[in-house]
Design a protein around this ligand. Structure first.
Ligand code: M6R
Length: 609
C-alpha cells in the first residue's frame, strides 16, 4: 500500500512527482504530500483526500525545486488527515521521509525518542519515527544516519529520504516493500512501481530487500546491508504507458472487463503451440519434478485466492493430485504440512502482496517447490519464486480485479493440463478436448460481452438492494465468491457467497421476501441439484437471477431472470460465468454513484499485513 516517488535532476521536481503520484493512486488515495528542497530549506505540503486536493493546495505556489519526494497514502497508523499524510519531517524539518509499509516496533522507538531525546511528535503515524530516528543518528553524513536508523527498525518498508544538509541526493531503502530506481539522462527517480516514472525513463533497477540506494542527478549507487556497493542489471521496460490509459472507457474497471478476451488469448498464446502442446519456456519443472509432487498448495489473497478455488477443481481433475487452497494470511501462521514433495503455487496479480510473499517464503523454508502465477514482471513474488507462470493480462489499474482473475484461471488450467499429461495421468483425448475448449474461450467471451445491455437492465432493477446472495456448486461456488466480492467492494452492498448445498445449514434463515439470490448453475451434472436449491430459496420469497449455459431453458421456468453463457464444457465455465457478475457489480456500483476504480478503504497493492 502507499506509493512513493522521488526525483533529482534539473527539471521541476514538484510537477514530476505529482504526475508520478497520480499514476500510483491505485496504491492508496486517502491523502498525499510532497517534500521539496526549495530556497535553502525543505518545504512540506500535504493534504487529506485525493491528489487533486494537494494540487489545489499548492496551485498558487511557484516551485523551482529540482529535488523532492512525494507520497500517496493508504492509512495504517492514524486516520487519513493532513497531519498524518506523508512526508514526515524531523523537528527542524531538515529531514523529510516518505514511507510505504509498517514499522512494527514504532511504539518502542517512539517512547525512546520522546524520553531520551525530547522529541515532540506531530502525527499518529509510525513513519514519523523514521524521520526523528534518522535525525538523532545524524552527525555529518546522511547515509550513515540512514544505516543507523534502519538497524533499529523492524517491519516492512520502502523509504525515501531527503535532507537540507545534503540537498543533492535522495536516499532510499527497501525491505519487504517494492522499490524501483529509474535511470534518466541527468536525472534519476525512485518509485514504488514502474508506471509512476515510465513517461520519463525506461531503464530501471529493481531494488532488492535490504538494499540502500543513493541517487544524485548524475549517479546511482546501490549498497547491501553491509554497505558494500552492489551492481544490478538494467531492466528495460518494453510496454507502453498507454496500456495504463482508459482508452475512452468511463472507468478502468469497464475497460479491463472488456480486455478479457485479449488477456485470455495472450496468456494461452504464450504457452500453447499450434499442435496444442504446452511449452513451459523458462520454467524448469521436469517430468521427474512433477512425478515427485504429491500435493499442491495454492496460496493467495482476495480475487487471486478465488482463482485458486477454481484452480483446485481444475488441477485435481486434470493432474489428479490433491490440492489445498489457502488464504495467505492464514497459511503463514499455521505451520502447514509442506515439504519437498509439495508444489506451492502463489497467485498474485501485483506480485507484491505482503501476505502472499510471506507465505511463499514460509513454504520455501520448508522445502516446497515454488511456482508463482503473477501479472507484474520482475515483481517480488516473481523474483522469489523458483519458476514463474506469467499472466498476460496487461496492467490492471482498477482496484477491483477482473482481467487478472480470468488470466489466472487460464494458468490454473494450463498448469493442471501440463502436470496431467506429463505424468501420464491424463488421457490425450481429454487433454485435446480441454485445449480446444480453452482456445474457443476468447471468442465466446466476446459474445458474453455483447449482452452488456441485459446486465445493465438487471442492475437497474436491483441497484437499491441491501443484500444479495450468490449460490453455486462445484467450480460455480468458487465463481460465486468472486462475484460476491466484486459487488461488495465497489458497490458497498452486503453480499454473501455460499456453496448452494450449505444454504440449508444456516444461511437460508436470512432469505426473505424479495431477497436477491444469484444462482449459478453451469455444471451439467449438478444442474438438477441447483434447481432444487433455487426452489428452496424461492419458497422463502427470494427473487432469483439464474446463470446457466445456453440451451438449459429449464432455468427459465425456475428463476425470475436468466443470464446465459455460451455452451462449453463444464470444466471451463468459470472463464465465462464470472464476466456477467463483474458487469453486474460494475453497473450496480455506477447507479449507486460509487467511485468504481478507487473504492473506499481499499488499495490495489496490499503491501502491509
Ligand atoms: O495483487 P494480488 O493479486 O496479490 O492482490 C490480492 C488481493 O488484494 C486482490 O485480489 C483484491 O482482493 C482485489 N482488489 C479484489 O478485486
Amino acid at each position: 500500500m502507499c506509493g512513493i516517488v522521488g526525483y533529482v535532476g534539473d527539471d521541476n521536481a514538484c510537477e514530476i512527482i505529482i504526475e508520478g503520484l497520480k499514476r500510483l493512486e491505485y496504491r492508496g488515495y486517502d491523502s498525499s504530500g510532497v517534500a521539496l528542497f526549495e530556497e535553502g530549506r525543505i518545504k512540506i505540503y500535504k493534504s487529506k483526500g485525493r491528489i487533486a486536493n494537494l494540487e489545489a493546495k499548492i496551485a498558487n505556489e511557484n516551485f523551482n525545486s529540482t529535488i523532492g519526494i512525494g507520497h500517496t497514502r493508504w492509512a495504517t497508523h492514524g486516520a487519513p488527515s493532513d497531519v498524518n499524510a506523508h512526508p514526515h519531517g524531523n523537528m527542524d524539518e531538515s529531514i523529510a521521509v516518505v514511507h510505504n509499509g509498517i514499522i512494527e516496533n514504532y511504539v518502542e522507538l517512539k517512547d525512546s525518542l520522546v524520553k531520551d531525546h525530547g522529541i515532540i511528535f506531530q502525527s499518529e503515524t509510525d513513519t514519523e519515527v523514521i524521520a526523528h530516528l534518522i535525525s538523532v543518528c545524524y552527525k555529518d553524513n546522511l547515509l550513515d544516519a540512514v544505516y543507523k536508523a534502519v538497524e533499529q527498525m523492524r517491519g516492512a518498508y520502502a523509504i525515501g529520504v531527503i535532507s537540507s544538509n545534503e540537498p543533492d541526493r535522495i536516499i532510499a531503502v527497501r525491505k519487504d516493500a517494492p522499490l524501483i530506481v529509474g535511470l534518466g539522462e541527468g536525472c534519476n527517480f525512485i518509485a514504488s512501481d514502474i508506471p509512476a516514472i515510465l513517461k520519463h525513463v525506461r531503464k530501471i533497477y529493481l531494488i532488492e530487500n535490504n538494499e540502500t540506494v543513493v541517487l544524485t542527478k548524475n549517479d546511482v549507487k546501490i549498497y547491501n546491508s553491509e554497505r558494500k556497493e552492489v551492481k544490478h542489471e538494467v531492466f528495460n521496460v518494453t510496454w507502453d504507458a498507454d496500456a495504463a490509459e482508459k482508452d475512452g472507457y468511463e472507468h478502468f474497471m469497464l475497460k479491463e472487463i472488456h480486455e478479457q478476451p485479449k488477456g485470455i488469448f495472450d496468456t494461452l498464446n504464450r504457452r500453447l503451440s499450434s499442435d496444442g502442446t504446452i511449452s513451459l519456456d523458462g520454467i524448469s519443472l521436469t517430468k521427474e519434478d512433477l512425478q515427485n509432487i504429491n500435493k499442491v498448495y495454492i496460496v493467495a489473497c482476495g480475487t487471486a485466492y478465488h482463482a485458486g478455488l477454481v484452480g483446485k477443481y481444475a488441477i485435481e481433475k486434470l493432474a489428479k493430485v490433491p490440492v489445498e487452497v489457502d488464504i495467505a494470511s492464514e497459511f503463514r501462521y499455521r505451520d502447514p504440512f509442506v515439504d519437498d514433495k509439495t508444489l506451492f503455487i502463489a497467485i498474485s496479480q501485483s506480485g507484491e502482496t505482503l501476505d502472499t510473499l510471506a507465505a511463499l517464503r514460509e513454504a520455501k523454508r520448508k522445502g516446497a517447490r515454488i511456482l508463482s502465477v503473477v501479472n507484474v514482471l520482475g515483481s517480488s513474488v516473481a523474483r522469489e519464486s523458483d519458476d514463474v507462470f506469467y499472466t498476460w493480462a496487461g496492467p490492471e489499474i482498477a482496484v477491483a480485479s477482473t482481467k487478472a482473475y480470468t488470466t489466472q484461471l487460464v494458468c490454473m488450467y494450463l498448469i493442471g493440463l501440463y502436470m496431467g499429461i506429463t505424468t501420464g495421468k491424463l488421457e490425450q483425448a481429454y487433454y485435446d478436448q480441454i485445449i480446444k475448449e480453452l482456445k474457443a474461450i476468447p471468442e465466446k467471451l466476446k459474445t458474453v460481452l455483447k449482452h452488456e445491455d441485459k446486465i445493465k437492465e438487471l442492475a437497474q432493477q436491483h441497484y437499491k438492494m441491501e443484500q444479495v446472495f450468490f449460490i453455486g456448486r462445484g467450480p460455480d461456488a468458487g465463481v460465486c465468491y468472486e462475484g460476491s466480492l466484486k459487488l461488495k467492494e465497489i458497490s458497498y452492498i452486503n453480499s454473501f457467497a455460499i456453496a448452494a448445498g450449505e444454504l440449508k445449514h444456516g444461511t437460508i434463515a436470512l432469505i426473505e421476501q424479495d431477497t436477491l439470490v444469484v444462482a449459478l448453475a453451469t455444471q451439467d451434472r449438478l444442474f438438477e441439484k441447483m434447481l432444487s436449491n433455487i426452489q428452496e430459496v424461492k419458497a422463502r420469497g427470494a427473487y432469483v437471477i439464474g446463470l446457466a449455459k445456453c440451451g438449459n431453458t429449464e432455468m427459465e421456468k425456475q428463476a425470475n431472470k436468466v443470464i446465459y453463457i455460451p455452451d462449453c464444457m463444464d470444466e471451463v465455465t468459470p472463464l465465462l460465468s464470472v464476466v456477467p457478475l463483474q458487469m453486474f457489480a460494475y453497473y450496480v456500483a455506477k447507479l449507486r454513484g460509487c467511485d468504481i476504480d478507487k473504492p473506499k478503504n481499499l488499495a490495489k497493492s496490499v503491501t502491509v499485513e
